[in-house]
Design a protein around this ligand. Structure first.
Ligand SMILES: [Mg+2]
Length: 124
């Protein structure tokens, strides 16, 4: 089974950077700009891991992740927060809220790769 990574990020530059990093690590991926689109995408595709921005237009990444973790069909999907400085000091609260891991932006290739290997089922 291929690991499909879903990138949820509203900033086009950040989204592009994440897409490049994920692609370079050898994983197929899908990109969306809002949490609402993320939920729609999950109805259409099998997703192995979600990279979730926190600050999003509409539903924010924290609320979206709590919702994903409450739903039977999506609760098993690892969700990794891609955070900016706005979450400084709230890291443990984010993990308690349901995120499986946190990555600070700008995301480094090395850390992203570690997270992808840890949370996706296939070996790359
Ligand atoms: Mg954002």
């Amino acid at each position: 089974m291929d690991s499909n990574i879903l990138i949820v990020e509203d900033n086009a530059d950040n989204r592009q950077l994440l897409a490049w990093l994920v692609e370079d690590a050898g994983y197929p991926h899908t990109e969306v700009g809002t949490a609402e689109q993320c939920f729609l995408m999950l109805e259409e595709q099998a997703v192995s891991l979600i990279l979730m921005d926190i600050s999003l237009p509409g539903m924010d990444g924290l609320t979206a992740t709590k919702k994903l973790k409450r739903e039977l069909l999506t609760s098993h999907i690892p969700v990794v927060a891609c955070t900016g400085l706005e979450v400084k000091g709230r890291e443990s609260a984010l993990l308690e809220a349901g995120f499986d891991a946190l990555l600070t932006k700008p995301v480094s290739y090395q850390l992203l790769h570690t997270v992808l290997e840890k949370f996706t089922p296939t070996v790359h």
